[in-house]
Design a protein around this ligand. Structure first.
Ligand SMILES: *[C@@H]1O[C@H](CO)[C@@H](O)[C@H](O)[C@H]1NC(C)=O
Ligand SMILES: *[C@@H]1O[C@H](CO)[C@@H](O)[C@H](O)[C@H]1NC(C)=O
Ligand SMILES: *[C@@H]1O[C@H](CO)[C@@H](O)[C@H](O)[C@H]1NC(C)=O
Length: 327
């Protein structure tokens, strides 16, 4: 039998260890800013967010009284290779945004979808009532059934879609697949051979990466279910060169006060892109699979792709009442 004094001591030790661990892991640093802004006691830490080095990383979370898992009130729906992970991470700096670390693939995968909303909710992070739960799965953008399904869950949900120069997106898409194959010791066809149909010498519209970049085609489907005001378009190219201006626009779209500042985002010259910094100078960059160099592509092929996308882009610009400088 322990004496009362011993018991109090061991409880105090456990308490101290918990607090210290919480403090010295990035938890406190990462979420500490949020808490004071939320008016919570500093020990009622939000959720644990480990450093993300990969899209598929599973993160562990603990939760505190007042927190619950909620269905997302906002979704980043795509497009693939337009900076969806970066945007999610940047937005995670905001005290009132709780991002789901994993791509849940609920609306684009029949198996997952048939598991129902409770399964989906269970994959969400813990959040406080005033926070917005945000999930991203880039495949939603191109999935036929996704708009209807999402509309059925919440017809007033806020959707965020990132778009970038469609030719650049194709190249980035190719680069990722190329590296994935390389890692498995497999060869990949040359870019030119995939995007150009040898027989016709025209752009190969059967190539999936090309299809994804015909943004107009996909967005049209979303606008059958959602009002234009419900879909916020992020300039994926700008997100790379000047992320803060794009983040501020998203904050406004979500109806949140502007909280992410120059202090949180800095250009990392080693990595060649913007990384994040918390108030205590902890650094966080996207994984090594991000910001990879694109292969050299022949000018004539680029020209051909640009020419191919131009009329589709024009239709997109009029659909969203916004023009991008993609030529
Ligand atoms: C859908 O999800 C299930 C289970 O999560 C997985 O096994 C399956 O491969 C997924 N299907 C597709 C087409 O990705
Ligand atoms: C649906 O989404 C809107 C916009 O984010 C949000 O205000 C509302 O609470 C959501 N409804 C439910 C039931 O989650
Ligand atoms: C850039 O990021 C790396 C981690 O990816 C870090 O080790 C390095 O210190 C950063 N550089 C600067 C200048 O912050």
């Amino acid at each position: 039998m322990k004496s009362k004094g011993q018991r109090v001591l061991s409880i105090a030790i456990i308490f101290c260890v918990t607090v210290c661990l919480t403090y010295y892991s990035n938890v406190k640093v990462w979420n500490g800013g949020r808490l004071s802004e939320l008016g919570e006691e500093s020990l009622t830490v939000g959720s644990v967010r480990k450093l993300l080095e990969d899209e598929d990383l599973v993160t562990e979370r603990i939760h505190f009284p007042g927190q619950q898992k909620r269905l997302p009130q906002s979704l980043i729906i795509g497009a693939r290779k337009c900076g969806t992970r970066a945007l999610l991470e940047f937005l995670g700096l905001h005290p009132l945004i709780q991002p789901a670390d994993q791509e849940v693939h609920f609306f684009d995968n029949d198996t997952n979808y048939n598991r129902g909303y409770e399964w989906y909710r269970d994959h969400m992070p813990y959040s406080y009532p005033e926070q917005i739960t945000l999930e991203k799965s880039p495949r939603y953008f191109i999935t036929e059934k996704a708009p209807e399904r999402i509309h059925r869950m919440n017809s007033s949900i806020k959707l965020i879609v990132l778009l970038r120069n469609p030719t650049t997106r194709v190249i980035s898409d190719y680069t990722q697949v190329y590296y994935n194959k390389l890692a498995k010791g497999k060869d990949m066809e040359k870019f030119e051979d995939l995007v150009i149909d040898r027989k016709t010498n025209e752009v190969n519209t059967g190539f999936r990466a090309i299809q994804i970049s015909i943004y107009y085609h996909h967005l049209l489907r979303w606008l059958k279910y959602f009002k234009r005001e419900q879909i916020h378009v992020v300039d994926g190219d700008k997100l790379i060169t000047n992320p803060l201006s794009e983040i501020k626009r998203v904050e406004r779209f979500l109806g949140l006060p502007s909280k992410v500042t120059e202090n949180n985002i800095y250009f990392n010259t080693t990595r060649g892109f913007y990384c994040m910094r918390t108030p205590k100078t902890e650094q966080k960059c996207l994984g090594l699979t991000k910001g990879r160099k694109h292969p050299y592509i022949e000018h004539s092929v680029l020209q051909k792709l640009n020419d191919f996308f131009r009329p589709h882009n024009k239709k997109l610009f009029s659909l969203i009442s916004h023009t991008f400088d993609w030529d």
